[in-house]
Write a protein that binds this ligand. Sequence first.
Ligand SMILES: [Zn+2]
Length: 186
Amino acid sequence: MANEKSSFKLFIYGVLILVLFLAFVQLFVNGSGLFFTLELIGFLGLGFLVLLGFIAYKDGWGENLFFFVFLAYLGNLVLLWTFNGTLYATLGLLSVIGFLLSFPRKKESKKLTPKQEEPHSMVFDPVVTKALTKHSPGKYVASSKSNIYHAPKCEWAKKIKKDRQTWFAEKEDAWESGYKAHQCVE
Ligand SMILES: [Zn+2]
């Protein structure tokens, strides 16, 4: 599993965000009037997104929220620089690091070429299949391009594109439609 790597990344995010947010408070806590209000709203808004980001991190899209938070933080620094003339270089650097770290990669499902998605091609990439895990409106699924059906949890089943999925409620239904069971079907 790639979990070790992603929890390390999550740790980096945690540290970056903690430092940035502590500094954020310092930036506006002594301010007043509209500046204080706007920064406070920004702070709370971003804080909420960060919280959501940590909750959703395992689902993948939490990282996109971090990306937005770093971007907004950077934008805030630029605004401060423009209007107050104060450049917070260290904070800028930290948020750029976070920004680059969380920069959204191309959707992994786009990497799938028609050949790779075939249930029994030789190409097998668990990272790609993971992104395609989805709902299962039946008990067994087959690709319209093959004659083999799978349990939805099977790695091959997850490779089948949505528009090529054929679902069966029972093994018998699949059998009658001319499909054979993959070894993943007990
Ligand atoms: Zn299978």
